[in-house]
Unconditional design. Sequence first.
Length: 142
Amino acid sequence: MSAAFEPRIVGFMCNWCTYAAADTAGISRMEQPPNVDVIRVMCTGRVDPVFILKAFALGADGVLVSGCHPGQCHYQKGNLNARRRVMALKPFLEAVGIGQDRLRLEWIAASEAPKVAEVVAEFTETIKRLGPSPFGRRGNEH
């Protein structure tokens, strides 16, 4: 693993909670690594496992799915559906050699901007320790 390795992480963030917190963290200039490419979704319940697999296929070294805390979903049970899908996908990621630690699910409320910065920093460090995705980038740098 090269010392220059900088992970490429895709973050699917709920519009109502995590994305709002990430926006506040950015406006407040909270320090965090720039490794997460944010995809705003209306609800984590709309994150199809195919989207996660596509992110890995296109060169992501890690994927973060983050939304409202259970019981606080604007769409009632969307985040619970996301949890079920992510947990079901982890054994598959392990079986195909990507590894389950490259997929992380977090609950972050709109009022928890510091937690966004903390989670991004922690997950970036986790992915740095794991090294580049076994799928590689295959010319998908941009």
